[in-house]
Design a protein around this ligand. Structure first.
Ligand SMILES: [Zn+2]
Length: 176
């Protein structure tokens, strides 16, 4: 028996429709898989307590690949602090794009631009306490040398390679 091409236009129409639907379903699943991989990339743990996504710019820009080494270093340092305080560390800001850095009033050569800095706070822990611990750990060699800046509500720590300590509190009553 010889197979005949589909001559019935209704059958052809059904075939086209079903092919279109299959394409739609396939695209939908590809999108889901793609989204799953993107989400997973952000959920990757750099260290036991810190996720990759926590270091992204707050405007949603992920840390560029050539700066991944820096955030791995920072995450390692934050693990040291987390181990000391035994409390979750909140990363208020890590990597910043030029645009976002300008928007939040960061200095032009900010270490945040190279994903080399974090602004952190710890619930229920005065920033002065965090500042003191970072300073002491740097001096003891438990943390890499860098710059620690004390603000009213958070502490900046970056890995610039030499120790710098700055008290940048605006609240006068805090400065005693
Ligand atoms: Zn900072």
């Amino acid at each position: 028996m010889q197979l005949q091409p589909i001559a019935n236009p209704r059958v052809e129409w059904h075939a086209t429709l079903s092919l279109g639907r299959n394409n739609l379903i396939t695209s939908f699943f590809f999108c889901l898989i793609f989204k799953f991989f993107i989400m997973n990339a952000n959920e990757i743990l750099l260290t036991p307590h810190f996720k990759f996504s926590e270091f992204n710019c707050k405007d949603g820009t992920p840390v560029p690949e050539h700066l991944h080494y820096n955030i791995r270093m920072l995450a390692g340092c934050l693990e040291v602090l987390r181990g000391h305080f035994q409390l979750p560390i909140i990363i208020n800001s890590a990597y910043r794009t030029q645009r976002y850095n300008a928007k939040v009033g960061g200095v032009a050569n900010s270490q945040h631009l190279s994903a080399n800095a974090v602004d952190i706070s710890i619930l229920g822990t005065p920033p002065l306490h965090i500042f003191t611990v970072i300073r002491s750990f740097m001096k003891k060699g438990l943390l890499p040398a860098g710059c620690v800046i004390l603000y009213d509500t958070f502490v900046h720590y970056d890995l610039r390679g030499h120790i710098v300590e700055i008290d940048n509190r605006q609240c006068k009553s805090c400065q005693q």
